[in-house]
Design a protein around this ligand. Structure first.
Ligand code: FAD
Length: 474
């Protein structure tokens, strides 16, 4: 039976809108089903440069994002580890990370996600909101489509060559991929968060920094979303979760703030927002997991539907949008018939897992509070294999760029092919795909690559397909 679409994407968060746009731009027929009516609230407000300057450019939406008035994030401030005093990093600390892409944004996800979803629509994706995917259609061991309830509550079925589950943490269909969702034994945190007006700001240029402050029960994030609005969340260790039963959430959050002097000081003259989408104090838990498998014939998991680590270091949207790019390559290539689906998705899973592991391993090291910042910096260098200084390695890693990211994203005319090739060689060496995405977005072409493993694939010159090493893409 002929498919109604080439691809059905479930979920219109950053992962789903990125994937659907990058497939539709290749001329394929894409349906995106989103349960909510946008704008809708979502957590995950602190972005990394690889999303802002890499993915958003590929999507053709970078200018719109730049014009949206989001707060520029030049770096971060930590009250963390053995050092009792807060310490900051700035992306421009590293010579190689300074330049036009040495910042990210703190975004209201209601606005950011809508920009990406509207962009998908304008690039040819059939976007349908208030459509709740309830199951997948399976025939002969292959996923063939999606069963969903439309905006009028009518149950429908749609057939497609591929289904991508980008419906996040609360996915209803991820189990159909097979294998279990493995919850982390290390990361078992619980987040309680709300929004405040009138919170203090650090002086420029650090006024848009994310602040992460540890305290006895865990740590706080403090994210300036505008001159007025601040996102404030406490991330509690599992054994501190009892505190959440101490009374109404707002009271609990207030109490926790009182136990963290740095955050309490920032919020001394602030008021919690009590109305509208930011008026609720929310709780999130059970968010650190990885699925045993990321794909099966006819279906792939993208973004949080596949895995998530922890809020520290703001890696979620980067991992989600980067995995969406990898999945788009796999789907585009499989649809063209140039390379077998199994090879395309093996490449997808290998690369996505590797990116996840870089963040995972560094996060595990960073949660060891018995170290000072210099030890964290060294650990960043060890994990990335960078030849930069320890501090630069750390700054570039937590900025989403890793070693030499700054130079990789430099648009200066001096970026000759030779220099670019040198930088890519380092990027390849440290296995840091975020930086490669940025290079691709800026230079408009993929850099080619050696395969990661025997029989592995490389990206095509336009970066939108896979190819066999040494062979032209279809
Ligand atoms: P989502 O953003 O979850 O989007 C999934 C979409 O699918 C939603 O729009 C949902 O409505 C839709 N959907 C769900 N079910 C269905 C269905 N049945 N049918 C149709 N549609 C459906 N990341 C950062 O980068 N920076 C941060 O500062 C950060 N802070 C975080 C703090 C906390 C406490 C937590 C838990 C996470 C944080 N994250 C952060 C992670 C970030 O929230 C996610 O990684 C990111 O939103 C994943 O994007 P996604 O597109 O994969 O999924």
């Amino acid at each position: 039976m002929r498919s109604d679409y080439d691809v059905v994407v479930v979920g219109g968060g950053p992962g789903g809108s990125t994937l659907s746009t990058l497939v539709a731009l290749q001329g394929h027929r894409v349906l995106l089903l989103e349960k909510e009516q946008f704008p809708r609230h979502q957590i995950g407000e602190s972005l990394l440069p690889s999303t802002v300057h890499g993915i958003c450019r590929l999507l053709g939406v970078a200018d719109e994002v730049a014009d949206a008035g989001f707060v520029k994030k030049h770096g971060g401030t930590f009250r963390w580890g053995l050092n009792a005093e807060p310490w900051s990093f700035d992306f421009s600390v590293s010579e190689k990370f300074s330049g036009p892409t040495s910042y990210a944004y703190q975004v209201e996800r209601m606005k950011f996600d809508k920009i990406l979803l509207d962009n998908a629509r304008s690039k040819g994706v059939d976007v349908r909101e208030r459509c709740d995917a309830v199951d997948v259609l399976e025939e002969d061991g292959r996923i063939r489509g999606v069963r969903y309830d439309d905006a009028d509550g009518v149950r429908r079925e749609v057939r497609a060559e591929f289904v991508a589950d980008a419906s996040g943490n609360r996915s209803r269909i991820h189990k159909r991929i097979g294998g279990a969702r493995r919850y982390s034994e290390f990361f078992q945190n619980i987040a309680v968060f709300g929004y405040f007006t009138g919170g203090k700001r650090a002086p420029a240029p650090g006024s848009g920094n994310i602040t992460c402050a540890s305290f006895d029960l865990g740590w706080f994030w403090y994210i300036p979303l505008s001159d007025e609005l601040t996102s404030v969340g406490a991330v509690l260790r599992r054994e501190s979760a009892e505190r959440l039963k101490d009374g109404p959430r707002a009271k609990v959050l207030e109490g926790l703030i009182g136990e963290c002097p740095l955050i309490a000081g920032f919020l001394a003259d602030a008021e919690r927002v009590t109305e509208g989408p930011y008026g609720e104090v929310r709780i999130r838990k059970d968010y650190s997991y990885i699925q045993e498998r990321f794909w099966r014939p006819g279906m792939a998991l993208v973004g949080d539907a596949a895995c998530f680590i922890d809020p520290l270091f703001s890696s979620g949207v980067h991992l989600s949008t980067y995995s969406a790019l990898l999945a788009a390559r796999s789907i585009n290539t499989a649809l063209s018939g140039a390379i077998a689906e199994a090879d395309c998705f093996r490449e997808y899973e290998t690369r996505y897992r590797r990116e996840y592991e870089v963040f995972h391993d560094f996060l595990v090291a960073f949660y060891d509070m018995q170290r000072d910042e210099h030890a964290y910096f060294r650990e960043a260098k060890n994990i990335t294999g960078s030849s930069a200084t320890d501090t630069e390695s750390f700054v570039e890693l937590v900025g989403g760029g890793a070693s030499d990211e700054s130079a990789l994203i430099s648009t200066a005319p001096s970026s000759s092919r030779k220099r670019r090739a040198d930088l890519l060689e380092r990027s390849r060496k440290i296995h840091w795909q975020g930086s490669r995405v940025q290079v691709q977005a800026i230079f408009g072409e993929s850099m080619g690559d050696d395969a990661l493993y025997e029989g592995g694939l490389v990206e095509s010159p336009d970066g939108m397909h896979w190819a066999r090493p040494g062979q032209p893409a279809s």
